[in-house]
Design a protein around this ligand. Structure first.
Ligand code: GLC
Length: 740
């Protein structure tokens, strides 16, 4: 037994030996064929890809989801090529397949890893039924800029929340056995730092200090590798002058050298050839050289590898050994998927699309994703038995496609149940629903239907205003410089508000929006993101009190776009603003000497705090936090402390609360954030119930990457908070000592 397999579990030994045996039979051209993923969505793929498959020039196809076509492609690859190597079938199964779950940012608002895992499992089963065996998800880019359209695909701004939900998604897709029917390989993307694009413009450049890469942007990917993710995808973006797709430091030194990643790395769409556009290389040949030597194993939808790697190997610039390493990592995933035993899909062997379980998970995810941002004087829930009529206003009240959100190539809008449909079903004739679309779409500046909306409000007991942005306004390449409500929506709110009836805003969007213009114009706000197939029933259950909102914000909501980047785990700085640092630019005297204002880190024309903080979310009951305490005031490195609080449900309904634990390392060899999420628990309490909620905190969870790039725990004083948002007030403290 060679050193490669010594000590490996039996199955892995078999795979390792099978990989080496197959590799030993392959020609250089066949090896490079495995490193090519080909776009296969135009026309009948077996016809125009057949010859390349027979020649062993294709390792994977992307964007085919007809199971018969895929089985035929597999048959050609397996039966008609020299070595019969089956194909990886890739597809963006981001938040569902036919049955669509809330966008990932919405799923993040559930703070429920178990539910997110269930959602990924539903998606995997439906995708596998179509012949897909590899998805390009989870997207785990830390996102702290709501202008960036791809924040919609992310799990938000927090390292811990993103790491936990990314790992849960991987478990859901890959299951316990990658070879099991219905399991598909996952792909953590986009490595690395993509969420830090300048000005939130997609594909723009990023400049991230190594300490910030290690303490923020790398961490969810390290968690994904620890969770056993099969593949990673490179980012389009330039990272500190070296685009991720050509960046050996992240793809080899860190990913493989430090983390021991054994899967394979795929480029993003044609991102290898884009290295020339970045200005890193002169031509495709040099781009192939740069990407291959950096550690990119497979090229997505480009031909730099197939055109130039053979020559680069013959020139000796790329070693055949490095080609073998790439091909071995690809073959290993194919063996782990069981494709050599059975490359074909029998759709009858998998559950029906949109089955009861799928729809139930989609509804529960939508229910738990909705965040109650405000609820003045208990405007919500609406008591249907006390209302005779409700005005339902806005284009997003009945938009089956739009509520699915971005990245739903295979989502079936015919399955969608809209809020208007769900309300009609729930209320029947008991309450008259006066629906006025009022706007053609969210961007419209035509307000000739506003009178009709105002009249409907006039004649009704309450108003449900469906506001926000359609799915096209977020997602890849869809960044916005102004993240307010598009079109003339603010004017619509003002016109309706003037009637004086209770106004409930239900907002569907793919990002945090700046809501300062309407926040005081409405009585309550339910933020539903893009809630997916079952968004309608979920929103309806919440509006009419069949369930209480329990979502918590996974991203900070700025007051104005100029506050961005704004996130909870910021550094303190040397002149932090205090709560009373509020200056109104209009109040500034005509002559104000330089030293007369603020002198701390704030903007003259807005408050320095966000409109709604990370972790914020209200309920129909009221949760109180009291008596926070620690099990020890002092612990040494390697020990753990228990932080506890009394949580009380002070209302008359049963409801869930996401209890959050934050810490602050007061002094470090690097300055440390003013708060870091270190734990969260979703807890359900009966009316009037009080329960002790405890978090075990090991010193290892307080480690960070220091000046030397090494992970370390430093002794010193720590603060700890427990509460229902990052604005938690219950605080305690403890000290870590070297040893006791
Ligand atoms: C896109 C995206 C990536 C996606 C890939 C395949 O450009 O950046 O996230 O998985 O191409 O569609």
């Amino acid at each position: 037994m060679n050193a490669l397999v010594a000590g490996m579990p039996h199955k892995q030994q078999d795979i390792a030996q099978s990989v080496q045996a197959l590799l030993g039979q392959m020609t250089l051209v066949e090896k490079i064929g495995q490193m090519s993923q080909v776009e296969a969505s135009h026309g009948y793929a077996p016809e125009y890809l057949g010859d390349r498959l027979r020649a062993g020039l294709i390792g994977s196809v992307i964007n085919v989801v007809e199971v018969d076509v895929l089985n035929e492609l597999q048959r050609i690859a397996v039966d008609e090529s020299r070595l019969g190597i089956p194909l990886l079938i890739g597809r963006d199964v981001i938040h569902g397949f036919k049955t669509v779950l809330p966008i990932p940012l919405g799923q993040a608002a559930t703070w429920n890893p178990t539910l997110v895992e269930e959602g990924a499992r539903v998606a995997a089963l439906e995708a596998a039924k179509s012949g897909v065996n590899w998805t390009f998800a989870p997207m785990i880019d830390i996102s702290r800029d709501a202008r960036w359209g791809r924040i919609a695909e992310s799990y938000g701004e927090c390292v811990l929340l993103t790491s936990e939900l990314g790992a849960a998604t991987i478990r859901g897709f890959q299951g316990d056995d990658l070879a099991a029917n219905g399991s598909i390989a996952a792909c953590a993307k986009h490595f690395a730092g993509y969420g830090a694009v300048e000005s939130g413009r997609d594909y723009a450049t990023t400049n991230i200090a190594d300490t910030k890469l290690r303490n923020v942007y790398f961490r969810p990917f390290n968690a994904a590798v620890d969770a056993g993710v099969s593949t990673l995808m490179t980012s389009f973006s330039d990272l500190n002058g070296i685009p991720a797709t050509g960046n050996r430091y992240i793809l080899t030194d860190v990913l493989r050298g430090e983390w021991g990643f054994e899967g394979f790395v795929v480029s993003d769409w044609d991102s290898i050839r884009q290295l020339q556009i970045h200005g890193l290389t002169e031509n495709d040949r040099e781009s192939a050289y740069a990407a291959s030597t950096a550690g990119v194993d497979m090229e997505m939808a480009g031909d730099a590898y197939s055109n130039h790697l053979p020559g680069l190997v013959e020139e000796g610039r790329v070693s055949e050994e490095s080609i073998d390493d790439s091909v071995a990592s690809i073959l290993r995933i194919k063996f782990e998927l069981g494709l050599f035993d059975n490359p074909y899909t029998d759709p009858e062997s998998l559950p029906e699309f949109a089955n009861e379980r799928a729809l139930q998970v989609a509804k529960e995810a939508a229910l738990q994703s909705v965040v109650l941002l405000k609820n003045d004087h208990g405007a919500l829930p609406l008591a249907a038995d006390e209302l005779s009529s409700i005005a339902v206003i806005g284009p997003l009240a009945d938009a089956r496609y739009e509520q699915l959100g971005t990245w739903i190539f295979d989502g079936d809008e015919e399955l969608s149940v809209t809020p208007l449909q769900a309300m009609r079903t729930l209320l029947g004739d008991s309450v008259e629903l006066r629906y006025v679309r009022a706007m053609e779409n969210s961007r419209s500046r035509v307000n000739d239907q506003f009178d009709a909306a105002v009249n409907a409000a006039h004649e009704s007991d309450a108003v449900l205003l469906f506001l926000g942005e359609e799915s096209i306004l977020s997602g890849e390449a869809h960044s916005r410089a102004d993240i307010g409500l598009p079109g003339d929506q603010v004017e619509l709110v003002r016109r309706v508000r003037a009637i004086g009836k209770p106004v409930i805003a239900v907002i569907l969007a793919g990002r945090p929006l700046t809501l300062s213009d309407i926040v005081d114009e409405v009585d309550a706000i339910l933020y539903a993101w893009h809630p997916g197939t079952m968004g309608g029933p979920a929103i309806t259950d919440l509006v009419f009190g069949k369930a209480s909102p329990s979502g918590k914000l996974p991203a900070t909501f700025p007051r104005v776009v100029g506050q961005i980047p704004i996130y909870y785990s910021q550094k303190n700085g040397g002149k932090p603003p205090s709560k009373d640092t509020v200056v109104h630019i209009d109040d500034i005297d005509t002559f104000a000497p330089q030293t007369s204002l603020g002198m701390s880190a704030f903007h003259l024309d807005t408050c320095f705090t966000p409109l709604f903080p990370f972790g914020h979310g209200l309920s129909y009951t009221w949760f109180g936090y009291e008596n926070i305490r620690v099990s020890a005031n002092e612990i040494s490195i390697g020990e753990e402390v228990v932080v506890s609080v009394e949580l009380g449900n002070h209302g008359d309904i049963e409801a869930s609360e996401v209890v959050q634990l934050y810490t602050r390392d007061l002094v470090g060899s690097l300055t440390r954030p003013v708060k870091e999420l270190k734990g969260f628990q979703r807890v359900r309490l009966a009316p009037r119930e009080t329960r002790t909620i405890s978090f075990k905190l090991h010193t290892d969870e307080l480690a960070f990457f220091g000046r030397d790039g090494k992970r370390t725990v430093e002794p010193g004083m720590f603060h700890a908070w427990i509460g229902g948002s990052s604005d938690a007030e219950q605080r305690t403290e403890f000290r870590i000592t070297e040893h006791r």
